[in-house]
Structures are given as C-alpha cells and as structure tokens.
Design a protein around this ligand. Structure first.
Ligand code: 5RP
Length: 236
C-alpha cells in the first residue's frame, strides 16, 4: 500500500533512532546509504559531535555517506587498517523474511550496492532499517539494480533479457547516465518476481560484465521495521 512521504519519513526517523541505540563506544561502524541510513548517520554524527560517543572508526558505503560522516567529525578508517566492522546499519528497498538463508533483500535503489555489499560482507552485525512498506513476501516488485562495466552493458542487458528481465540503464534527472562511485552503470531490472533468490543470485554472478547485483542474501542479522505500532525487531 502506498504511504504518504511525511509518514514514511517519520517512520524512517523512528527506526534510525532505534538503531542508534545499538552503537556502543569504541565500535568500528559501517555507514549505509540512502535516506534512512542518512538519518541514522546524522543522529550518530550529532552524538559524536556533542562528545557523547567515541567511535573506534567508520567505513562508509558511499562517498555521500562518508562526506556526511566527516562533516560531524566521525573518524574514518579503511580495510587496510581494519579487518572487520562491529556493526553496520543500512536501509533496503525490499526485505523478504523467512528464507532458509535468512533475510533476502533488494538494495541499490540509491546506486550504492557495490560498496554496500562490501561493507555488509565485512560486518559482524549487519542491521537493516526500513519502514513497513519495504517488507514483502517475494522480492521483485522493486526493480533489481545490477551494476555493470560500461563496455559490457549491451552484452549484460541481453543476458538479463534472456532471464526475463526488462533492464533499463539508470539515468539522472538531466538525462545523463547515472555513474556509480566506481565508474560503472546500473541496469534497473524489472518484470521478474524472484521465486528463488539464491538461484537468481547465482545466475547473475555468472554473467561476465556484472560487477555486483542488489540481491543481499543472508547478510542481515536483524531487521528493524518501523510501522504504526512502533519499531519491530526481527532476527535471523
Ligand atoms: C542505496 C540503498 C538504500 O539503502 C535503499 O535504496 C533504501 O533507501 P531509503 O532508505 O532511501 O529508502 O540500497 O543503494
């Protein structure tokens, strides 16, 4: 069901506040991307700025999130200095619970899926923050973002059409192509309800020229869902 933007923003803020409580002094944290993760980064940053929380360090899943974090004085590190992160908080475009492999997510609506998956894979706890409009029985209503090497885009597009998708190169408002932080294109793939996310991920992983796709399977340890009755917590 469609949700008013103001109501959705209120829920996003509520869930961001809940996720703030998970951050403890000294933690190495991963900063997600998107509007919900941004609310969380702002709350976290304000706490750091007020001197109420000292973090061990942070790694962001996008240049935007890193810029925002730095503006509050959050200390940044990298995977040379830091082997793993204690906690990452990130949003999602769709969340399907209850699969054998844990939560299945579609991410990448903001185009940051590659770094988001890298950060998620290096996190001991990957916590997803969503409002209840994002929770689905089956993934696929939200077009699946697939990041591709520009030169391979026509080849990858045909492969994705062969699977049944209708892929569309993501554009910016000014008509130019959207370019990821890593210099690649995004194909937004609609038209397929994903019955078996693991089998789909395997197919996508097998296409040469695909850098990464927005299926995040088994990464989320916990999903915080904001709805009418408050924030619900669902574990793996
Ligand atoms: C960016 C993402 C975002 O986390 C996802 O699109 C959700 O964003 P929002 O919180 O704005 O709804 O995956 O690549």
């Amino acid at each position: 069901m469609a949700m008013e933007k103001a109501e959705q923003d209120r829920l996003k803020m509520e869930v961001a506040e809940r996720a703030l409580a998970l951050v403890k002094p000294g933690m190495m944290v991963g900063l997600g991307s998107g509007s919900t993760a941004t609310m969380w980064i702002r709350l976290l940053g304000e706490k750091v700025q007020r001197g109420e929380l000292k973090l061990g360090g942070a790694i962001a899943s996008s240049e935007d999130s890193e810029r925002l974090g730095r503006s509050y004085g959050i200390p940044f590190t990298n995977f040379e200095e830091t082997k793993s992160l204690d906690l990452t908080v990130d949003g999602a475009d769709e969340v399907a619970p209850g699969l054998a492999l844990g939560f299945a997510l579609i991410k990448g609506g903001g185009g940051k899926l590659l770094r988001e998956k890298i950060v998620a894979s290096a996190s001991k706890r990957f916590v997803v923050v969503v409002d209840e409009s994002k929770v689905v029985e089956k993934l696929g209503r939200f077009p699946l973002p697939v990041e591709v090497i520009p030169m391979a885009e026509p080849l990858v597009r045909r492969e994705l059409e062969g699977i049944g998708f209708t892929p569309k190169v993501r554009g910016n408002k000014d008509g130019s192509q959207y370019i990821t932080d890593e210099g690649n294109l995004i194909l937004d793939c609609s038209g397929v309800m994903i019955e078996d996310p693991a089998a789909m991920a395997k197919k996508l992983d097998g296409i040469v020229g695909v850098v990464e796709h927005g299926l995040f399977l088994g990464y989320a340890e916990m999903v915080l869902i904001a709805g009418e009755g408050g924030v619900r917590e669902r574990g793996r």
